[in-house]
Design a protein around this ligand. Structure first.
Ligand SMILES: [Zn+2]
Length: 510
C-alpha cells in the first residue's frame, strides 16, 4: 500500500465519519428543539402576559414603554445577552385614551359601536349635536365652498357608506396545497421592488388632504368627525390616521364607527329624521421621546472567526390601540424570543451572533427598523457599510398568527437553494414553500434596501385580513397555540441551520 493511497483512504474515511457525525448532530439538535418547543413551551404564556397584561402598544405611548420594559426582562430571562434599548424617534409623541362614549339620543336611543382614532383631542366634557354628511373630502376648495358656516355644533359623517364585507366568505382560511404550489411556481414576482426612501416619503405626504379637512372642520366649530371602514359584523378598524410627530395637528374628536351604525345614521338622514348624537372623549397627548425604543438582544457568537457575522431576526413590537396588538404583532415578537430561548436552553452555542430586534413605529413608517439600520449600517442614501455585509440574513415575522408555510425570497433567487436545504429537515412542521415574491409592508423592506438577504416568512392567513388586522378584535383569542409553538420551533431550526452553513446566504446579483 503506497503512502499516498493510505493517506487517501484515511482522508476518505475521515470525511465519511465527519459527514455522518454532522448529520447526526443536526438531527439531534432538531429533535431537541422540537422537544423543548412543544413540551416546555413558554410562548403562549408570554403572549398572554404581553397582550392581556399590557394591552395595545401605540408608538410613542407610555403603554408601549411599559411593555418594552417587561419584554426586555423576559429576553434576559430567556438567556439572551446584550439586551438593551435603542432609541428610534426623537420627535414622536404619545397618546393615551382615558375614556369615551358615543350614543345616539334621537330619534331613539342606541349606543354607537365606535373607537377613537389616535392623536385626537378630548371633547369639552359631554357634548351633543346633529349629524351632517360630507360624502368626500377629495376636493377641499369645494368643501369649503359648500360647508362654510354650516358645521358649527355638528358631528360630521365623513365618506360614503360602504357595504359590509361579505359574510359568504369564510372568515378564517389556511392556504391549500394547490395555492401554495401556485405561489412557488411563479417565476417572477408580481410585486415590483419598492425604493425605500421614496416609499417613506410618500407615506409622509399621505395625510395632507385629511389634515386640511380636519383643520377646516375644527375652524368651523364641528364637534367631531365619524368615519367607517368596510368590515364584517360590527368589527371596528380605527387605524389609518397618524399625526404622530411632535408639532403635527392634534385633530378634533375623530372616531371610526361600525359600518352598520354608519349606514344607519346616513339612512336616518335620508329619512329626514336628523339623528342627534351625544359624546365625550378623554385623551392625553404628550411628548415623551424616551418611550420610542427598539428592544435588542442576542445570543453572542462563539466562533472566533464567525462571531462578527450575524443572523438577524425581527418583528415589530408596536401596535394599533383598539385591540391588544395580539396577531399584529405581539405574537411574533414572542415567537422570536421563544426560538432563541429554545436554542439557549438546549445548550446550543451559536457560531455566528444571532440577534433579534423588536421594532417600534412600524405601523407609522418603519421608524424603528429604519433607525436601527441607519445607526448600524449607514445612511439610507449611501452605500451600506461593512457591518451590513456581515449580516448573513434577516428574517421577519409579521403576517399574523398563522403557521409558517414557507418564505418569500424578496426576488433573491440566489437564496432558493439555501431555503431548500433549510426546510428539508422540517417536513411535517412546514411545507417549506419558496416564493420569489416581493412581500410588502413590513420591516424586511428596510433591510432589503441595505442589500442584506431579507425574507418575510409566509404564514397562513387565518382571520388576519378579515377580522384581526388593526381592529378591536386583534386579541389573543385569534392566536392558535399550536401554530405559535410550531413557529417558534421552525424559527429556532432555521436559525440553527443558517448558523451551521459554511457560507453566508447569497445576496441578490443586482
Ligand atoms: Zn404588523
Amino acid at each position: 500500500m503506497s503512502i499516498k493511497y493510505l493517506i487517501g483512504l484515511l482522508l476518505s474515511l475521515f470525511f465519511v465519519a465527519e459527514s455522518h457525525s454532522q448529520v447526526d448532530t443536526a438531527d439531534r439538535v432538531f429533535a431537541r428543539v422540537r422537544e423543548e418547543g412543544f413540551q416546555h413551551s413558554r410562548v403562549m404564556a408570554r403572549v398572554s402576559q404581553l397582550t392581556d397584561g399590557y394591552g395595545g402598544r401605540l408608538t410613542g405611548s407610555r403603554e408601549y414603554l411599559a411593555a418594552a420594559q417587561w419584554v426586555a426582562r423576559e429576553m434576559e430571562e430567556s438567556g439572551l445577552q446584550q439586551v438593551h434599548f435603542e432609541p428610534f424617534c426623537p420627535d414622536c409623541r404619545g397618546w393615551s385614551l382615558k375614556g369615551f362614549n358615543l350614543e345616539m339620543t334621537s330619534p331613539y336611543y342606541t349606543k354607537i359601536s365606535a373607537y377613537p382614532l389616535v392623536m385626537t383631542k378630548s371633547t369639552n366634557g359631554v357634548v351633543s349635536g346633529e349629524v351632517i354628511h360630507i360624502k368626500s373630502i377629495a376636493d377641499i376648495p369645494d368643501i369649503k365652498k359648500q360647508f362654510t358656516g354650516k358645521l358649527s355644533g355638528k358631528i360630521i359623517l365623513k365618506g360614503d357608506a360602504p357595504a359590509p364585507q361579505s359574510l359568504e366568505e369564510p372568515l378564517s382560511k389556511r392556504f391549500t396545497t394547490e395555492e401554495l404550489h401556485k405561489m412557488q411556481d411563479k417565476l417572477t414576482p408580481a410585486n415590483a421592488p419598492r425604493n425605500l426612501p421614496e416609499l417613506l416619503k410618500s407615506w409622509e405626504e399621505e395625510e395632507s388632504q385629511e389634515e386640511a379637512f380636519l383643520r377646516f372642520a375644527e375652524d368651523q366649530g364641528a364637534l367631531a368627525v365619524l368615519t367607517t371602514r368596510s368590515m364584517q359584523a360590527g368589527i371596528i378598524h380605527p387605524a389609518g390616521t397618524y399625526f404622530n410627530k411632535k408639532d403635527q395637528l392634534q385633530p378634533l374628536p375623530y372616531f371610526t364607527i361600525s359600518v352598520e351604525h354608519f349606514g344607519r345614521l346616513l339612512r336616518l338622514l335620508e329619512l329626514g329624521k336628523s339623528p342627534q348624537l351625544r359624546l365625550d372623549l378623554d385623551t392625553e397627548i404628550y411628548f415623551e421621546p424616551q418611550n420610542n425604543v427598539n428592544i435588542i438582544g442576542e445570543l453572542t457568537g462563539t466562533d472566533p472567526r464567525l462571531k462578527k457575522q450575524q443572523i438577524l431576526l425581527g418583528a415589530h413590537f408596536d401596535s394599533w390601540h383598539a385591540g391588544t396588538g395580539a396577531t399584529d404583532n405581539g405574537v411574533n415578537g414572542m415567537v422570536l424570543i421563544e426560538a432563541l430561548r429554545i436554542l439557549h436552553d438546549i445548550g446550543y452555542q451559536p457560531r455566528r451572533t444571532i440577534r433579534m430586534g423588536l421594532w417600534g413605529g412600524e405601523e407609522q413608517a418603519y421608524y424603528g427598523s429604519v433607525a436601527y439600520a441607519v445607526h448600524h449600517f449607514g445612511p439610507l442614501q449611501s452605500a451600506p457599510n461593512a457591518v451590513s455585509r456581515k449580516v448573513s440574513a434577516y428574517l421577519n415575522l409579521d403576517t399574523g398568527a398563522g403557521v409558517i408555510r414557507g418564505v418569500f425570497l424578496q426576488a433573491n433567487d440566489n437564496a432558493r437553494p439555501v431555503f431548500k436545504e433549510l426546510f428539508r429537515p422540517l417536513k411535517g412542521l412546514t411545507d417549506g414553500i419558496i416564493s420569489i415574491e416581493n412581500d410588502y409592508d413590513t420591516d424586511h423592506e428596510t433591510f432589503d434596501h441595505y442589500g442584506i438577504p431579507s425574507f418575510s416568512l409566509l404564514q397562513d392567513p387565518l382571520a388576519y385580513e378579515s377580522v384581526t388586522h388593526h381592529t378591536n378584535l386583534d386579541v389573543l383569542e385569534y392566536i392558535p397555540a399550536e401554530d405559535t409553538m410550531k413557529n417558534a420551533v421552525i424559527v429556532a431550526s432555521l436559525v440553527y441551520a443558517l448558523d451551521q452553513m459554511q457560507e453566508m446566504v447569497p445576496r441578490k446579483s443586482h
